[in-house]
Design a protein around this ligand. Structure first.
Ligand code: SF4
Length: 257
C-alpha cells in the first residue's frame, strides 16, 4: 500500500490539527522517502530506490507563489502552510532555502498564515536543519515513545544513530521552541505486541517531556489506512485521559480526535 501525494503543493485541506492547511511536499511525487519507516505511515513503507528527484528550490517557489496568489485572489487565505508529504521534509538538500522563500512569500501574500513543519526529529542535529526549524512558527517534532524498543518498533528508524536518549538530547537543544507530536496506537509487529498507552509508557513519556520542555504537545491516533493491518486506533476518550495526565505536569496538550 502506498498513498502518495502526487504534487509539490497540495490542498488546501482542513486539518484536524492545523486548520485550513496548504501542504508542501518536498519529496519526490512518485516515492516515499523517509528516515523513519513508521508502521502507521499513511504514505506506506519507504520506496526502495537509489535515484530520486527532489523538486528544485525555484520550482517550489514558483508553484507556491502561483497557488498563494490564487488563494489571495479568491479570498481564501490559508491558516497554515504545512511542510509534510511523501516522507521527511528535512531530507530535501535545500530545505533551509525553501523555508526562507516560504517565509518571505507568506510575509508578502498572507501574513497571518503560520508556517509549520512536520518532521520526525531525526535530522535536527544538522546545523542547517536546526536553523531552519527555528525560523518557522510551528516546529512540530515527532516523539512517539520514550521507551527505546517501542520507539524502534513503531518508527523503524533507518539511521543507526537514532535512539530515545539521542532524540531527547537533540530536542532539548530547541530550549522549548518546539511542539511535540505523539501518535498513540496498539497492535503487533514482528511478533511483538505494541502499546504506547500503558502506564509505564505514559510515565516515561511524561518524564521525557519534562526534559524536552515543549511549548505544546499534540497527540493523536490512527485516522487512515496503515501499511500493516494489525494496528488499532486509540479512542478519543483515552487520548483525553493521556492528555489530562500530561496537563497535570504543566504541559499544554491538544488532542486530535
Ligand atoms: S516520519 Fe512521517 S513520513 Fe516518515 S515514516 Fe513516519 S509517518 Fe511516515
Amino acid at each position: 500500500m502506498q498513498n502518495l501525494f502526487d504534487q509539490v503543493i497540495f490542498g488546501p485541506i482542513h486539518s484536524r490539527r492545523l486548520g485550513l492547511s496548504l501542504g508542501v511536499n518536498l519529496l519526490p511525487v512518485d516515492a516515499k522517502i523517509c528516515s523513519f519507516d513508521c508502521i502507521y505511515c499513511e504514505c506506506g513503507f519507504n520506496t526502495s530506490m537509489k535515484d530520486f528527484n527532489f523538486p528544485m528550490r525555484n520550482e517550489v517557489k514558483v508553484i507556491l507563489t502561483r497557488k498563494l496568489s490564487l488563494m489571495v485572489a479568491a479570498g481564501e487565505l490559508p491558516d497554515v502552510i504545512t511542510f509534510a508529504g511523501n516522507g521527511e521534509p528535512t531530507l530535501h538538500p535545500d530545505f533551509e532555502g525553501i523555508i526562507d522563500d516560504t517565509i518571505a512569500l507568506r510575509n508578502e501574500l498572507c501574513p497571518s498564515a503560520k508556517v509549520s513543519v512536520l518532521s520526525n526529529s531525526t535530522r535536527v542535529h544538522k546545523p542547517h536543519i536546526f536553523s531552519a526549524l527555528q525560523k518557522v512558527d510551528n516546529n512540530i517534532l515527532k516523539f512517539d515513545s520514550a521507551i527505546d524498543r517501542t520507539m524502534k518498533l513503531i518508527d523503524q528508524p533507518v539511521g543507526k544513530h537514532i535512539d530515545v536518549a539521542w532524540l531527547i538530547a537533540e530536542l532539548q537543544k530547541f530550549e522549548g521552541n518546539l511542539i511535540i507530536q505523539t501518535m498513540f496506537l496498539r497492535g503487533e509487529h514482528q511478533g511483538e505486541k505494541i502499546d504506547n498507552t500503558t502506564d509505564i509508557e505514559i510515565n516515561a513519556w511524561i518524564e521525557a517531556l519534562k526534559k524536552i520542555h515543549p511549548k505544546q504537545v499534540m497527540i493523536y491516533s490512527l485516522d487512515r489506512e496503515t501499511p500493516i493491518q494489525s494496528l488499532q486506533k486509540v479512542e478519543v476518550d483515552e487520548l483525553n485521559a493521556i492528555a489530562e495526565r500530561a496537563r497535570a505536569s504543566g504541559f499544554e496538550v491538544s488532542v486530535a480526535g
